[in-house]
Design a protein around this ligand. Structure first.
Ligand SMILES: [Zn+2]
Length: 438
């Protein structure tokens, strides 16, 4: 089944269980956002109703060509002239951005799919990025444009200039990454921008006294001299564990404030994509609001969200979740982007407090009915994974009964749309369960 079709079914299911209908309280008049692009790559933000309500974007719907996807334009076996020259030889793993043929195909693709962008609402954003490796074309034309074996920015930005001139209403973005990390020498047209990754910025509340921060800042400064159109690609999940709590709201708020001070125009928050993630319903809504209001009161918003959307169990969930946020805030620990349970526990997840919370929530859920019951089913199934991971830190014979019970609960993921993986790659829940049972 196509990804879009799966997403539509998933969206329909979320609607049925009432996730969407409960957001009406957030429909306050929105302040003007300092960011023109507010992308969140999360299952909650994949819902049309959520994007309409919160004024957010999604790269699947609000971006003409996203990421490293030029193969959709030039084909899997592109014309010889589109293939890069590396060390004097043609190398299919990279493109030549001086290629006239590539330019012609891009023009054709843009006209066919989006037109010239002159009709109101039809302008779009197009990514012009080399393939995802460090190779840089050093054919005669690319070298003449300024390319070196490490730097492909000259040829890539030269292609973007041509496209920007041909399509003044569309925007063209490259990424400050691998061979295009270095900013160009000349100023770029107003509709040519760059996406800068925030991966070097440590995920903690105080993140300014370190090498990663200095490297991020110098990259922003360097590109800022050449373009006003700077977007940041940031990260809002533990990609090794989507199913456990990831208290990132207060950390993220400080990062948004920094981006605003730097004059960043757009944010792309890379979440768990289409995969379920614990607390994502609440976090997506609050992150969306934060993109409009940089001084949002996180504690009050979390409490308000749960009070309305989980009337029976909301206080219990909000109190527990906010304790995690507080711990990250006060300890200044790093919340790991690719963290094991051991690291999560060392950073913010107290085993005893978590176990007590999950047990209380499980008991409370028995008395709940309707839409809230269904939402709790998702959350408790997700958190059974967390507890299993915790048990694995200190395996003991006394835990066998509890372990069997938690496995049975986690097996319930089969009936929950969007909950098949516990992480980004090679992280299939069924395979995890199988491993535990052997
Ligand atoms: Zn070339």
């Amino acid at each position: 089944m196509k990804k879009k079709a799966i997403l539509i079914i998933y969206n329909m299911c979320l609607c049925v269980i009432g996730l969407t209908s409960c957001y009406a309280q957030n429909n306050d008049a929105r302040p003007v956002s300092p960011f023109e692009f507010r992308g969140i790559y999360s299952p909650t933000n994949a819902l049309d109703s959520i994007r309409d309500l919160f004024g957010t974007h999604h790269v699947d719907y609000d971006w003409g060509l996203w990421g490293h996807n030029l193969h959709k334009v030039v084909g899997e076996n592109p014309d010889e002239s589109i293939i890069a020259t590396i060390d004097g030889k043609k190398d299919k793993e990279q493109y030549c951005f001086s290629s006239e043929k590539m330019y012609d195909l891009l023009v054709e693709y843009i006209i066919d799919n989006f037109g010239d962008g002159e009709t109101p609402g039809s302008s779009t954003r197009i990514s012009i990025m080399p393939r995802d490796n460090k190779k840089s074309c050093t054919c005669k034309q690319c070298v003449a444009a300024g390319n070196t074996a490490e730097n492909a920015t000259p040829a890539v930005t030269s292609m973007m200039r041509k496209l920007a001139e041909r399509f003044p209403k569309h925007q063209f973005f490259t990424s400050a990454y691998h061979s295009t990390r270095t900013a160009p020498k000349e100023k770029l047209p107003s509709n040519v921008g760059v996406i800068i990754s925030a991966i070097d910025l440590p995920m903690r509340v105080t993140f300014t006294e370190n090498k990663g921060y200095r490297s991020f800042m110098s990259m922003v400064k360097e590109w800022k001299e050449k373009t006003d159109l700077i977007y940041v690609w940031d990260y809002s999940r533990n990609y090794s564990d989507y199913l456990s709590p990831f208290p990132c709201l207060k950390v993220m708020q400080r990062r948004f404030q920094l981006y605003n001070r730097l004059g960043v125009k757009g944010i792309f928050l890379n979440g768990s994509g289409d995969d379920y993630s614990a607390f994502d319903d609440m976090q997506t809504c609050i992150l969306a609001k934060m993109m409009y209001d940089l001084t949002l009161d996180v504690d009050a918003e979390v409490q308000k969200y749960y009070k309305i959307n989980y009337p029976e169990t909301g206080k219990l969930i909000a109190d527990y979740y906010l304790k995690l946020e507080r711990r990250v805030d006060e300890s200044n620990h790093i919340i790991p982007l690719y963290g094991s349970m051991e690291e999560e526990v060392a950073s913010y997840l107290n085993v005893k407090a978590f176990t007590e919370f999950r047990t209380q929530l499980e008991n409370a859920a028995e008395k709940v009915t309707g839409a809230e019951k269904e939402k709790l089913r998702y959350l408790l199934t997700s958190l059974s994974f967390t507890q299993l991971q915790m048990l694995a830190l200190n395996p003991s014979d006394d835990n066998q009964q509890l372990k069997a019970k938690l496995i049975r609960q986690l097996e319930g993921h089969k009936d929950l749309k969007g909950m098949d993986n516990y992480g980004e790659t090679d992280a299939v829940i069924d395979a995890y369960i199988q491993k535990l049972e052997n």
